[in-house]
Design a protein. Sequence first.
Length: 168
Amino acid sequence: MGRLQMTTDANQTEFRLRGHRVPAIEKMDIDYIAGRICKILKANKSSFSPSKIGLFINSLEENGIHVDPVDDDEWIDAARATVDPSTGFIYMPNWLYNNLNRSEPEALRIFLHELGHIFLCHRPLLHFSDKNAVEIEDSEWQADTFADSIINQLGLPKQGRQLEFKHF
């Protein structure tokens, strides 16, 4: 995997944060953190299979990370899931929790994204700077990168597979 492209003053002004501004973490460092987390939690591809994902979620809860499904009728549809990194709680609607337990790729990626916020220690910062934010300071970019890194390292199925045509 290549290193991140150096940011110039010209493209710094074009970047808009999708999340909170957090301390910068390079992709290479996020990949390392994701790999270490998998080793510490003994997570592998089968940990995310329908028959074992419940055990993985239970092991997270034993380590202070809790998944709290919310009734679909009570879920405010502003986000597909949300997290409070300071308490270790991940909140998601029941439909997403059910999809996660079926190991559906989109649900796995959303779940791993929320875990990324926790493991990357995201906290909103009041950050005053003369410089515009860059991508590696965006909490949403970092969480996406964390999720994608685990998906790639463990060989988990990716969402949005392309159509496969059979040859006749």
